[in-house]
Design a protein around this ligand. Sequence first.
Ligand code: NAD
Length: 353
Amino acid sequence: MTLPDFTYVGHPVTVVFGRGASRAVGEWIERIGCRRALVLSTPQQAADAEAMAASLGDRGAGVFAGAAMHTPVAVTEQALVRLRESGADCLVALGGGSTTGLGKAIALRTDLPQIVIPTTYAGSEVTDILGQTEGGTKTTLRDPRVRPEVVIYDPDLTFGLPVAMSVTSGLNAMAHAAEALYARDRNPISTLMAVEGLRAMRQALPVITGSPSDAEARTSALYGAWLCGTVLGTVGMALHHKICHTLGGTFDTPHAETHAIMLPYSIAYNAGAVPDLLAPIADIFGAPAGVGLWDFARMVDAPASLRELGLSAADLDRAAEIATANPYWNPRPVERDAIGAMLHAAWRGDRPQ
Ligand code: NAD
């Protein structure tokens, strides 16, 4: 076996995985040396957060159910007021990437320990990345203080994730793994996790679309989400993430849907430059990487075009301009005309070549 030289940095996190695992959240509060947790959620998951806080008894310090997409600083400030009133000495974030983001934003400002219980496949719970918005501008930082101490993956909490959101969130996770395969700082462990994460999602999502409460598929998808999120937190991302940040940041397109639509096109863009590195995708999806992902996205009924998100053809030129002005490193040169053509194909929903 010929191995390239590599550097591998493991990040400390306790991962608790299993059906019903979230029932032990009170024990985990104690095990990390804390007394009382403020439970965080979005307004949509407030009832679940209230039930969790109630189940904690004396270890519960109430709920803040104001988490919102893209972590608005104004919401974080409201949560900090609630936190001080509550006397909590740790946080429990129950929900998707938006709720996790709020927990991270509070931890950045207070250094309080966090227990995250993810209910989507976004993967934020295992990264040190935090995107925050203020005055209409989103800024992203990396800081070890925002990384949660404990992540409890309980597949039972994902049965109610609507099918459409399961699909887009699953493709969002797959995008982390796909770009990890050609990351400049990849290593054998990140590649192992990425391939296994893609395989888990490949198996799980088609089952979930037909049978949302299939325990085995929900378990595989959450396992895949952990693996894909971990590689997002371990290696650098490239063109695909840059394009999605540009579309989300400039046109406010929804996060997971944007990833779901763009993934086959970004990977097709890069496939000719790194065919060997993307061979696992071709293998798992049974076609050249971009085409295989596009066919898979159609199979699970993912949104198919940027047009569906309300973008106009004129927006695409602006998006291409922004995405190429200050590009992330990418295995294929990021060329203005080629990026424009890729965005137009994604806008129409063409099958990649
Ligand atoms: P989300 O957290 O915004 O959730 C979408 C909606 O689904 C919310 O209303 C939520 O309450 C609801 N929901 C979540 N789980 C549910 C469940 N099991 N059942 C029913 N409803 C449920 O969406 P998301 O895609 O998980 O997260 C997107 C956000 O996360 C974006 O702001 C994105 O930038 C961020 N993100 C950050 C990172 C990172 O590493 N920092 C990684 C991925 C995503």
